[in-house]
Write a protein that binds this ligand. Structure first.
Ligand code: ZN
Length: 79
């Protein structure tokens, strides 16, 4: 898996923030990859999609980060 293949559109993609058809594919690289399930010393890439509308909104990236964090941390605490 490399960055190029991460940025390719896939069937079933949807905007992370509103669920609409995606226009932009981004890759979030957390500062603390271990919090996101990475093995110590490894980087973690988290792929996400946004629609044009959400992508052009101010603070979109912070929102994306929060949603991703919530998904990962929520999953971690629920098991
Ligand atoms: Zn959207």
């Amino acid at each position: 898996m490399n960055l190029k293949s991460l940025k390719k559109p896939r069937p079933g993609d949807f905007c992370l923030l509103c669920g609409a058809a995606p226009a932009v594919i981004g890759v979030f690289v957390p500062e603390n990859p271990q919090e996101y399930g990475a093995i110590k010393g490894k980087t973690r890439f988290i792929r996400y999609c946004l629609c044009t509308q959400c992508h052009s909104k101010q603070g979109a990236l912070e929102k994306v980060e929060k949603v991703i964090q919530h998904e990962f941390l929520g999953r971690a605490t629920s098991c």
